[in-house]
Design a binder for this molecule. Structure first.
Ligand SMILES: [Cu+2]
Length: 741
């Protein structure tokens, strides 16, 4: 196949041969050219509803019937932990309503569990934890999770075990035709899965990234698969996590390519607490994890996921929806639970494990409607803050009133119930619009409620750490950022500044079965680049397991980088980097229309060889990558985008006090440049450490590297992700691949 070349720049728009081509890429030029509605035949779209799921009305579900489930806790020691991904029935809905088929990580001998969620693994810094992750999820054909099967979409770039990512459908149809054959159908083969330790500082082979999946039958694996025992393929991975980072509330969840949204929705998530007893704050109250996830159910009590007619915003992806926004809220795998709290201090780990929904959380008296008590945040994604930060719904405007968490984010808080009368009932409320921040307000009777807290008498005096004392939680953290100033901390030198865009690619209006649909997102991108990238002279091809990926983010170990994330879309995106914890520096508004105009003008034009669609210079090309040369196109920052500086508006906004610490996931609001400082090194090395010696105990340079992506997992599943590969320092390491992991 001839490669189209944009003569002006010499850049190829080729995508590396047909094995890399998805149907979406095939169609893109046609769609952007606006050839009109894509009308789909009646055939399989009605078949998509063969499951005949009728959504259950969230308003009919009784609330606060069951207590918050206790999650299984595993204190990690020297022996191997085995977790088997299995399907079972759990009482997710309140007692009295049907049980729900779910997936979870079970221990050997365990055939079911009260909650799909978990377990909670408690690890100790410096003591490696070996986990054997086993996929026993069977096949899509036999699963009882019809919501999973009926939302699988073979037109997106996904694991695709049986077709080896060949995307047969893309070659089988004309660009202007609707998907046919296997592409039009849901998946029915063995279920791919892989566990990722979110927030974990681990070697790349243990990262459990999107291409490290393996199927339940042990026959198919992604090109980054790592069995851990030298055998391949297998239906397991043995990952020996080094636990070398500072203590942090990290978590694990599924990360399979193009299936993450469904595997996590089915239940594959748990918590992983890295503790560091000599350095952790003494005398904290015991920890209660609160993992918040929105869900939908059908009238039989089974998980429901909007997919297929009439939910499709673009028929090119017949089952993928841009954001799953559920109408019920589960905490620790239980819909609208209650928790009895004594009149004392409690420590909660809030974890947003939802697909796309954000939460703005606060407590309020259920009867008097009076707001409070306050929460004191003591830890972020990456560890303890220096001192507690008060989040008080009674605070004046402009102060921190609510805890905002987008998907992937965590916050450890202390709440003091000591002043409350026994019998008091508190509501944990949510007022975040979905999608955040400009979407629909939550329903005050359903999604505006998370759980109920019932105050009961105390059984003894409370001698735990009192956050109101303001006593330090830790020895001061290493600061890359001066959060009060919203600027670099004194003495920090930056080796690289990147300006990277967030882009949404819209499709045309369409018509299915006589019904018209507005054009919705076709795919969502970081830096206008699809996950595997395309061959360009400014991208670096790296081939692993027979697959070539085109990298643009190739940081040096030990280097300090500023990432300026330029959000050109209408929604906030929680941007997550694997391997590192970083520090938010500031946010600043910019003139979106004016910048977008200059941005579009910078595209060089060219012909897409797969669609034949040609773009004149000065027109935005979806999925092209950045318009300019990644390294040299912008004198002030790499990334290949026109400089954002002339379009900035207003002052820099420092990070909120409760995000002024180590984070692995940051909220990038629409219309803002969000600046973070990323040092590709452990968090506890002094800020002045020479980059050449700021090193991990393991070699971070591994075959397939890591990824960075949006943690709205529906976005991540449709291209809002890019690979990273870390160029390692030449130093002696404590951990050696093949010996220690
Ligand atoms: Cu996103």
């Amino acid at each position: 196949m001839a490669m189209g070349v944009a003569v002006e720049t010499g850049w190829s728009l080729g995508r590396g041969g047909c094995d890399m081509i998805t149907r979406r890429q095939f169609l893109k030029g046609t769609i952007v050219a606006g050839t009109g509605a894509v009308v789909l035949p009646r055939m399989s779209w009605s078949a998509a509803l063969a499951a005949s799921q009728t959504p259950m009305s969230a308003g009919t579900i009784p609330q606060f019937v069951d207590p918050l489930p206790d999650l299984d806790v595993i204190v990690a020691g020297s022996s191997r932990i085995e977790l088997r991904m299995r399907e079972f029935m759990a009482q997710v809905l309140p007692t009295g309503l049907p049980k729900t088929s779910v997936w979870g990580y079970l221990q050997p001998g365990q055939h079911r569990r009260a909650s799909y969620l978990g377990p909670v693994i408690v690890a100790t810094r410096g003591v490696p934890t070996e986990i054997k992750w086993v996929n026993e999820l069977g096949t899509a054909r036999r699963t009882n999770l019809v919501a999973w099967t009926h939302a699988t979409d073979q037109t997106i770039h996904w694991a695709d075990p049986l077709h080896d990512e060949a995307n047969v459908c893309a070659e089988a149809v004309e660009p202007s035709q609707p998907p046919t054959g296997y592409c039009a159908r849901n998946y029915s083969g063995p279920v791919p899965a892989v566990a990722h330790l979110h927030g974990g500082e681990v070697p790349s082979v243990l990262d459990g990234g999107p291409d490290a999946w393996f199927t339940s039958d042990g026959k198919y694996v992604g090109h980054a698969f790592y069995s851990g025992d030298g055998l391949t393929p297998r239906n397991y991975s043995i990952f020996r996590y080094p636990n070398v980072q500072e203590s942090a509330p990290v978590w694990f969840h599924d990360h399979a390519l193009g299936l993450t949204r469904l595997n996590v929705y089915a239940g594959l998530a748990g918590a992983y607490l890295i503790t560091d007893p000599p350095n952790d704050p003494p005398n904290l109250p015991p920890l209660t994890p609160l993992v918040i996830q929105d869900r939908m159910f059908d009238t039989a009590g089974q998980l429901f996921f909007p997919a297929g007619v009439p939910y499709i915003p673009n028929p090119e992806h017949p089952y993928w929806v841009p954001e799953f926004i559920g109408d019920t809220v589960a905490v620790n795998g239980k819909v609208w639970p209650y928790l009895e709290v004594e009149r004392k201090r409690y420590r909660f780990l809030f974890l947003n494990g939802s697909n796309a929904r954000g939460y703005e959380l606060f407590l309020t008296n259920e009867v008097t409607k009076a707001d409070g008590p306050a929460m004191w945040q003591i830890a972020t994604d990456g560890g303890y803050l220096d001192t507690p930060v008060k989040i008080d719904p009674k605070a004046s405007r402009g102060a921190l009133q609510r805890l905002l968490l987008l998907p992937g984010e965590r916050a450890e808080v202390i709440v003091d119930f000591g002043q409350l009368v026994p019998g008091t009932r508190l509501l944990l409320r949510n007022i975040a619009k979905a999608p955040f921040p400009g979407g629909e307000a939550p329903d005050g009777r359903t999604t505006g409620r998370i759980m109920e807290l019932r105050v009961v008498p105390s059984t003894g005096a409370d001698t735990t750490y009192d956050p109101a004392s303001g006593a330090p939680l830790r020895a001061p953290m290493v600061r890359l950022v001066d959060p009060a100033a919203g600027a670099l901390a004194p003495g920090v030198t930056v080796q690289v500044t990147r300006q990277l865009t967030l882009n949404e690619v819209l499709g045309p209006p369409s018509e299915v079965d006589g019904v018209s649909y507005p054009g919705g997102p076709l795919e969502i991108l970081v830096n206008n680049t699809e996950y595997p990238g395309s061959p360009r002279p400014d991208f670096t091809p790296i081939t692993t397991g027979g697959k070539t990926t085109y990298y643009s983010e190739l940081p040096h170990e030990g280097a300090t980088e500023i990432w300026e994330i330029v959000n050109l879309t209408a929604d906030a995106h929680p941007i997550h980097l694997h391997l590192v914890q970083f520090q938010p520096m500031n946010r600043q508004s910019f003139d979106v229309p004016k910048y977008s105009e200059v941005y579009a003008k910078a595209f060089p034009g060219g012909t897409d060889p797969m669609t034949g669609q040609s773009y004149p210079p000065g027109v935005y090309i979806p999925g092209f990558g950045p318009p300019l040369d990644y390294q040299t196109g912008n004198q002030l920052a790499v990334g290949g985008n026109p400089d954002i500086t002339p379009f900035l508006k207003g002052p820099v906004k420092p990070p909120a006090p409760n995000e002024a610490g180590w984070k692995d996931t940051v909220v990038a609001p629409p219309g803002d440049v969000t600046r973070i400082v990323v040092r590709w090194a452990p968090t506890d090395l002094p800020a002045a450490t020479d980059p050449g010696s700021a090193s991990y105990p393991f070699d971070p340079d591994g075959g397939h590297g890591y990824v960075w992506h949006c943690h709205i997992i529906d976005h991540e599943d449709n291209e809002m992700m890019r690979p990273t590969s870390v160029r390692s320092n030449t130093v002696e390491r404590t951990y050696r691949q093949g010996v220690d992991y």
